[in-house]
Design a protein around this ligand. Structure first.
Ligand SMILES: O=C(O)CCC(=O)C(=O)O
Ligand SMILES: [Fe+2]
Length: 224
């Protein structure tokens, strides 16, 4: 019922593609990360692109302020600006619904116990970066799976701004991901250090995290 509803709200050619979810699940099982090109449903990425452009920077805040989780962030390591996606707009809801379906699929097939999802738009101006970091620290945070999608049509190699995903603490080479429209990256938050290299043009993306529920009697986490 819920699935049927969000399918309808995506409309047009934007049917939920379980094949993609299956590929992501297999990638995660085999290697702990997944990089899929031209993967996000096209009408969803173009709606997100338009929405993001129309916000015109007004709702963005410097990354590193604004949420309880920000102990994971630090202005010395990142210079981008962000805007949390709350589901106030139809486009935001379509995005959250798509991520929700991925969550349900992964829980069903990989038993990850993903409990909630949070995400934000990010804007890296030319020269902005996010130094090598983990999205979660082993045993400390409840972010278990990171999800990044890119909203940059026509990105070329000379635009730089790649995500570099390292396979472990020792890896200094990594795998470079071009932040091209429609690419979907998923990885286990505690396992893979990664960084965003400076770009030569404005770079737009959505970064999100699936969390497990680590609430205890006197502490609700994630916060309501
Ligand atoms: O934009 C990207 O490629 C990754 C962003 C990131 O690592 C983060 O926001 O934690
Ligand atoms: Fe990250």
């Amino acid at each position: 019922m819920v699935a049927a509803k969000s399918l309808m709200s995506l409309g047009g050619d934007n049917t939920i593609d379980e094949t993609l979810f299956a590929h992501i699940a297999r990638d995660l099982t085999e290697q702990g990360y997944s990089i899929r090109h031209a993967a996000l449903p096209e009408s969803l990425s173009s709606a997100l692109f338009t929405y993001q452009q129309e916000m015109n920077g007004e709702k963005f805040i410097d990354a590193g302020v604004g949420r309880g989780d920000d102990y994971l962030r630090n202005e010395f390591v990142r210079t981008d600006e962000i805007c949390w996606i709350t589901g106030e707009s139809a486009t935001g809801r379509d995005w959250l619904s798509w991520a929700g379906q991925l969550q349900v699929y992964l829980n069903r097939h990989l038993f990850l116990g993903l409990f909630s999802f949070e995400s934000h738009f990010a804007h890296y101006r030319p020269g902005d970066y996010y130094k090598r970091h983990y999205d979660a620290f082993r045993g400390e945070a409840n972010r278990v799976l990171s999800l990044v999608v890119y909203l940059n049509p026509g990105w070329s190699t000379s635009d730089a701004g790649e995500l570099v995903l390292y396979k472990d603490e020792q890896d200094r080479v990594g795998t470079k991901v071009t932040p091209l429209m429609g690419t979907v990256v998923t990885f286990l938050s505690e396992e893979f250090p990664h960084e965003v290299l400076p770009a030569n043009r404005d770079r737009y993306s959505i970064a999100g995290w699936f969390r497990v529920n680590t609430s205890v009697t006197d502490r609700v986490d994630p916060p309501r």
